[in-house]
Design a protein around this ligand. Sequence first.
Ligand code: TRP
Length: 484
Amino acid sequence: MTDENVQNYSEQLKELGIEHQILKHPHLVDAEKVQAFLGDDISGSVPTLIMKAGDKFVAILKRGDTRLDSAKLKKVLGADSLRMANKEEFEEVTGVPVGAARVFNPGLVTVLDKNVFEKEFLNGGTGSFTLTIKYKTEDLKKIPDSLVADITQAVGVDVNRRRRIFAGMRPTGRLHLGNYLGSAKGMLALQNDPKFETIFMVVDLHGITTPYDNTAYQENIKNVMRDYLAVGLDPDKSILTVQSRVPEHIELAYLFSTVTTIAKMTHLPTFKEKVKQYPEHSTMALLNYPVLMAADILVYKGELVPVGIDQEPHIEVTREIARRMNQEYGTDFPEPQRFATKGEYVPSLTGEGKMSKSVEGSYISLTDDLQTITAKLAKTPTDAGGPGEVPKEGPVANLFKFTELYKPERLEYYAGLYGQGKLRYFEMKQELAGAIFADLKPIQEKRNQITDEVVEKVISEGAEKARKIASETVAEVKKKMGLI
Ligand code: TRP
């Protein structure tokens, strides 16, 4: 025997043209138990929430396995406050006990979450604890005063998911030992860590924001990619490609520029420095650099960015853009964080500062052979070789730093010799050159096997994978911005 109220309700549904079927079960209050009895789980249910948005009550229909995103719902309703109805309010508004709400509540606006329609049928309330109605979800759109919107958190967002990392490498030149030990090795560790999903790109579009040689550019880009492949970046583990092969970065950057002020960009220290360095090149592209970088990261909804402290202002801009977009258009961009990878400080061969591409004679290239490395080390300045304490800074300190990196077991021996004034730098440098070369040799051998075809294949296949993700984000943003 079905209850009279439920019969009446069923008649109303029929009038609205909502296809449904009444199912009987023992007296059960808990939706999970009802579902279990009916041989389903919570994802097959459509509970009704009654909420107070501003000064109005609304009915919210969402699938039992999804979580409400109240920020999204507030936006959809244009409400400045939102809360669950209390027991009295609930019963007053629905006329049924808490836990038994129906999907159709005359007089209320009903918001249907878009995920509801992923299932053909869903079970919902009837006002009775012994009856459940199986609804044809498509027909729920016929509920008067109803609208469909995205009001839940993305499904599958949980703490165990792999966090996405994006890093861009400027194609300023070939990798040297400092880049290798200081950052590339850290990238390899991220790539091989199952907690992360890694996307690494040669950011050629950033590389043209300052003067560059267009005739050698393509070769530089490919060489940088080849270097990274040689040290161990692996297209089976990371998405590897070149930025301009994924045009969605530019498209998203343009859309982002609509929420970015000129004032903010001109005041960034990074912009000011570059303009000072290249006064003739104060271009729109340079001004737009941080916006493009935000697009690089956010087009993949990247959460972590392994870059140095100098890039912090850019990451801050990225977060601001994410927030603005989420507020204005209801997107769900994360606010990315910068983090440091484990890396070694590699000193310059000149004896001052760190190894740098822009200081001639300061670096060892990954492709240097034993002879070249020996010759470069031979040129590094030294002193009389003691006696006394090993200096804490300067050229000799740097040589000891190299020893620590490459021949840690000989550190005490050389410090001892220095103390006695017996250190012969020739021997020390010979030994270091041999150790550095031994470390680089397998990389060089691997590099020799990476043909132009292999590099091109990695780049184009990487671009394809990247575009799959990036095009979805761009489509979502364009839709939310009203462009499609
Ligand atoms: N600006 C970065 C640098 O100079 C390069 C870069 C461009 C980047 N886009 C990025 C780094 C995105 C991390 C994420 O090092």
